[in-house]
Design a protein around this ligand. Sequence first.
Ligand SMILES: Nc1ncnc2c1ncn2[C@@H]1O[C@H](COP(=O)(O)OP(=O)(O)OP(=O)(O)O)[C@@H](O)[C@H]1O
Ligand SMILES: [Mg+2]
Length: 598
Amino acid sequence: MSKAKDSKAVDSILIRRLYYFFEPYKWWAVLAIGLTLSAAFLGTVRPKLTQIAVDDYISIGDIDGLFWIITLLGLALAGEFIILVANTYITRWFGQGALFGLRNAVFAKIQSLHVQFFDKNPIGRLITRTTSDIEALSELLSDGIVNMIGDLFRIFFILYFMLMMSWELTIIAILVLPILFYSTFWFKGKVRVAFLNVRDQIARLNSFVQEHINGIAIVQLFNREQKQKDHFESINEEHKDAHIQTIFYFSIFWPVVEVLASLAMALVVWYGGARALMDQVTFGVLLAFIQYVRQFFNPIRGLSEKYNTLQSALASSERIFDVLDTENEVIENPNPVKLEEVTGSIEFQNVWFRYNKEDELILKDVSFKAEPGQILAIVGATGAGKTTIINLLLRYYDIEKGKILLDGVDIKDLSLTDLRTRFGLVLQDNALFSGSILNNITLGNNNITREQVIKASKEVECHKFIKKLPGGYDYVLNERGASLSMGQRQLICFVRAMVYDPKILILDEATSSVDSETEELVAKACNQMMEGRTSIVIAHRLSTIQDADRILVMHKGEIRENGPHKQLIRKPDGIYKKLYELQYKDQANIPGKSVAKL
Ligand SMILES: Nc1ncnc2c1ncn2[C@@H]1O[C@H](COP(=O)(O)OP(=O)(O)OP(=O)(O)O)[C@@H](O)[C@H]1O
Ligand SMILES: [Mg+2]
């Protein structure tokens, strides 16, 4: 019982929150309800008019009166038709408007969330939230509620007209209602659960498809198609079963309503017919009652169906609001410090961090400093925590203990935009989007001109390569830039990092996917880029970082060594020294591989 109460409370909160998106259209909704009310009246007044026609005019042979009443009947029918057309259009129109606002809000929210949210939520699920979950609301927000109100009006009018004519027949007509209420109640409960299940299955299906199309090359390489197909089939099967479950309940419910309606009709004909024969009711009344009974069950059936729409919509909106309510774990300072000019000094003070509370520490007491204009290199084995340092510096995640300073200001005191615009970032797997190269570089920022893009790309030696592509800067990339090689994608990302003229440059394994010829070009470009900027370079190949002002050697989340190449190389038993000697053996065999000054 208390659970039912709770869910009612939740429902009413959900409806109130949905109303927020509906608010701009509220006067249209009022109009729609007015129109529905009129349509309900015009629809239900017709049997009454028939009764008057039969009893007051046909029975006494009044042709003029009959003509008059038939005209009224025709007008009522035409009026109802026009109103229903207008109303359908209006309600769908504002419904789509409300959905438009909601979809925008969901996307904007998802976009603003902390990176960790995406570690935990599969992309497919988020796609479901922004598409089909919102679609499920469409009926509710458009004609769902208005029609429900219309149905209530219809029931009310029908009862009113019936009672006006004969209370006795009215009671006979509604004798079956308790059975109808009971079966509706049963049906509602079953279908609610079934609908929740359907939505779950849709999200699962989407996640699966999304993930496996993303990794299609791997799936095909390892000949996993059959296996994945089987897996997909089993998810699809559950999805189908969930749907069939709802169909099953509907297929029981509809005939039940149909049978009850016929039963009510039979009762009215039997009882009313007998009364009419005894002259206790007129034939007009009997005729009207037969029509009313037929009309009566439609809105009742409509209400229970719409109740399901409502249920499925509420199930969806609950999930949508879950996303909208997700607290951003990276909280912006409401009164941020505004940095005018940044010199680019970076400092980590005793930073401790882990990705999840239950996990091990990923960074342990990490402290270092990079002065403006310096090159800071970070080396260390895979998983040592190098990329993590970058993630923290850009506040993709927040640290547990310690402090990170940019120009002496705690980065938590800066607005995220202010912080992040200071950095140019090139990663190993860079995100490209479908669209032209130019757009991929400016990311839609209209303040950046084509000339600026070309200038930046000349600086990083990418101009020649881009020029060679068909259409040059207007060459249109496929989704994720799949039509370019890894190295080419990397080069475009160099331009993207540079075009904003950032004060601090971060290269995380940035040169690892280009060939040695390009690497030389890129190395030159990098030198150019690092001029006058603080730079953080993460590299596995030590040859690329020998000229860094400072090298941090990370090991299992700790900084074990910290100093320039010349100093680290002399340290007996040093990790860096060992790493260098290991790699030096390789490099000694490939003269010229050692990259230009970096
Ligand atoms: N999003 C994440 N959620 C949970 N743990 C993570 C996440 N990203 C990284 N880790 C863990 O943090 C540790 C450090 O990862 P990090 O990416 O910083 O390594 P790295 O030094 O950059 O390695 P590589 O040289 O391979 O790029 C790893 O043990 C990894 O498992
Ligand atoms: Mg890394």
